[in-house]
Design a protein around this ligand. Sequence first.
Ligand code: AMP
Ligand code: ZN
Length: 489
Amino acid sequence: MELYKQHQIKLYNSLSGKKEIFKPIIDGYIGMYVCGPTVYSNVHLGNVRTFMSFDMIYRYFMHLGYKVRYVRNITDAGHLTDDNAEDKISTKARLEKLEPMEIVQRYTVDFHEVLKEYNFLSPSIEPTATGHIVEQIEAIQTIIDNGLAYVINGSVYFDVLKYNEKENYGILSKRIIEDAIENTRELDGQSDKKNPQDFALWKKAEPEHIQRWNSPWSEGFPGWHLECTVMSTKYLGEQFDIHGGGMDLKFPHHECEIAQAQACNHKAPVNYWMHTNMLNLNGKKMSKSTGNSILPGEIYKGNNEILSKAFSPSVTRFFIMQAHYRSILDLSNDALLASEKGYNRLMNAQQLIDTIVPSNTSSLDINIWKQNCYDAMNDDFNSPMLIAQLFEGVKFVNLLVENKATLTIDDLAIFRNTFNTFVFDILGLESLNSDNNSDKLSGVVELMIAMRNEARVNKDWALSDKIRDELLDLGIQLKDGKEGTTFSI
Ligand code: AMP
Ligand code: ZN
């Protein structure tokens, strides 16, 4: 029997504001859509946190035997935060004098490299907005035909008031329309719209706008909200199980997604809306636009001014998993140091399990412990509760190693499998050995830096240059600064 038949998951649905029993539309199958990154700059650790939460959720569903189609898009067609703000991909392209697709390529590659470092599973489909312009134009036409959008000066806007006559704009964010108006800044050019709360489905491109496509209304580009509606419908159907993203996307992005899908298909598109909470730095949301951010690479290479040392991707992953996905998490040096200790304890215990000798009787109830691990995950993917259970497991390991407790061969096998499954397959941590190698490499480079410093003190410039150049040949770059020498690999 599939595992999912034995485990009932309760998940917090932002739509109802309650934990609900999860029931997929088709038994055994799950359709899940998560808003992906806007690829105009490097992803920061806050973005990684959101994607990692859904990676853990995806991993758990798969472990339970569900067949999951997991769609996570790439926003590569600009990112309009409001109707008149400049498209961030075009702006960046102009500043850097690059083709927009060069920007997109560079940061998509960076995104994938980061995900690989942090041991993410690939989604089933990773569609791009620019690959679905035709579908977006079709959806706009349908919304116009259904009387819920209007064309002005080559741009198309969604008519929120008209929509709200029959439907509920605000169903997800619980904002009432008056609120939405107050939150819409008056900007030049907004006079185009009939009402301030209306949002763009298609924008006519100004002459300086680089990313542009032909459409029945003008040469222009689609509004940001539309791509997710179109790609989720295309790959998961008009109604699907789960839609996720960070809390900051609830309004307007997800609210608009619901309105667009209702306007196209006359159905609520999503059964369960899941939102992750923010990763904070210095008490504020980590964000690329305010510069209050740290990049994943800066953390594992240690080249940043916030942390005292480098922290491996597994330690950082463990740090993120120690908080529930709906709680705010604050990044700090102390928190990462504590996570590093915890991660090392967990991994040492994991390695010790293999040294335990089975006995004729069991003095520990492993099945209750195993059930507790599942109960934690079944309760809205409570990874901190799961980690608390895994530390119960660490206590068991210590008792077993010290011969203060016993397990039969069968119970020992259950213990080992369960421990490994939750640590590696579900939390997605990697074993101490794989991270050890990067620690060892860092240690060796630190040693070379110390030897080079000694050579410089002795004015042995030939040796100091040789060390620097040969490390560079190996792809390791030394940088001399006020606070000493740092390196990047
Ligand atoms: P963006 O590329 O800005 O669209 O963001 C990609 C994803 O990262 C979205 O789901 C955001 O909600 C999420 N996100 C952005 N900032 C943070 C943060 N500080 N903590 C957690 N998630 C975030
Ligand atoms: Zn989206």
